[in-house]
Design a protein around this ligand. Structure first.
Ligand SMILES: [Fe+2]
Length: 206
């Protein structure tokens, strides 16, 4: 049984050029994301097998694989529609108001988010999240695909800072990559996620 499938990109591989090359997008989606989908399906199958045989000796490894591969699948599934060839500019409406209220305006938000991305140690993500406890946004770092983030955070905007996202095009110049990435941010998608999170998460945990 296959629980998870690789979603199609909402645009062609080359559609985000020149910000992100088509070669990177194809490798990233068809190889890297696909590997996480295969990984999570394998973990689900192996967990079922362990239960069936009551053989729990590898449980810690299986749980780590579950978190890593499901994290990779979910993060990339948010990352792709968070970008668009028609992206860029700034958020509007209530998302813009929330950014003003909690981050002191878009320019400060952008500076914080960018520094957050460039400060990721090793592989990880810079993420604008919705905290379902306080019903407010935060900027957080994900380590790998799943570490350092409490369970109450719903992702709104995710930037993949693993080297596979930029290295073929930008080498070690992460700052230029992030500068170029702002040109393809799909604020309509971020706004949609923001509205859905606010509408559905009140009282979800506390
Ligand atoms: Fe990635």
């Amino acid at each position: 049984m296959v629980d998870y499938v690789l979603p199609d990109l909402p645009y062609d591989y080359g559609a985000l050029e020149p910000s992100i090359s088509g070669e990177i997008m194809e490798l990233h989606h068809a190889r890297h994301h696909h590997a996480y989908v295969n990984g999570i399906n394998a973990a689900v199958e192996q967990l079922a097998e362990a239960r069936e045989k009551e053989a729990f000796g590898s449980l810690s490894t299986l749980e780590k694989n579950l978190a890593f591969h499901l994290g990779g699948h979910v993060n990339h599934s948010v990352f792709w529609p968070n970008m668009s060839p028609d992206g860029g500019d700034k958020p509007t409406g209530e998302l813009a108001q929330a950014i003003d209220e909690y981050f002191g305006g878009f320019d400060r938000f952008r500076a914080h988010f960018q520094a957050n991305a460039l400060g990721v140690q090793g592989s990880g993500w810079s993420v604008l999240t919705w905290d379902v406890v306080a019903q407010r946004p935060f900027i957080v770092q994900h380590f790998d695909h799943q570490g350092n983030v409490p369970i109450c955070m719903v992702p709104l905007l995710m930037l993949d800072m693993w080297e596979h996202t930029y290295y073929l095009q930008y080498r070690n110049d992460k700052a230029t990559f992030v500068e170029q990435w702002w040109h393809v941010v799909n604020w309509d998608d971020v706004q949609r996620r923001f509205e859905a999170a606010r509408a559905q998460t009140s009282g979800l945990i506390v």
